[in-house]
Design a protein around this ligand. Sequence first.
Ligand SMILES: [Zn+2]
Ligand SMILES: [Zn+2]
Length: 267
Amino acid sequence: MKLTFLGTGAADWDINAYEPDKEFRRFSAALVNDDLLIDPGPHIFHFARSTGRPEMFDGVRNIIVTHTHADHFCPATVEKLCFGRPCTLWGDRACLRILERTLGPEKAAQIDFRETFVRMPEPYRIDSYAVRPLRSNHATDDSAETTRLYIIEETEPERRILYYGCDSAWIPTESWNVIKTLPVNVLVLEDTCGEPAADDWRIFEHNTIEMLELMLRMFRKYDCFAPDVRYYTSHMARTLHTDHQTLVKKLAPLGVTPAQDGMTITI
Ligand SMILES: [Zn+2]
Ligand SMILES: [Zn+2]
């Protein structure tokens, strides 16, 4: 299984400030292989254009949504990928409410939307993947929305498991109770708050480096996950981090690699 980071920033990055040779993060989104998109954010086509791969989403057949904050869910992106194309959108019903509001009920009805739920006994079968939406510790203005973390599993040619956790402070108990039973190979943890943001107020919705340290110590103490497990971070805030190299150095002792836009990893 291959994962490409299309964006690794939090919501405070400004796409208008993008310069090709300057360090930059787009809003968080990722592509599993070439056909499963995690979060239809507003910057994914900018990524495709600026990396010279305008056709890179032609093969996307399914989209899963973590939550409907505007940096993760963009109706125009959904319209472009799903309208009149064989591409299914999977997520909380909040996605559909936004699509109905922004695109109109008629157009929204033509998008192949499948409502999914957390705490299901079995994962959802999405093409060749087994996908488990799990509750995240995060919230939007839609009081009926359940925000999500994801476990994405591929069984062929061998069993490989990805955890994708943007956005969430910690991991809620009910989700941890599932994650801890699985031999996860790669965890993408969110790190909105960097080194200059110790004791930040966002600890109730996002991770800080101190929180990552505690979680990683515990993962290792109890030998959680697969023997080859690797850890990455994404969703770094522009205003709560210094630069990428500083973060690389800060996370190296924890055995964690901060992702960058365009980074592709094999899971
Ligand atoms: Zn976000
Ligand atoms: Zn969010």
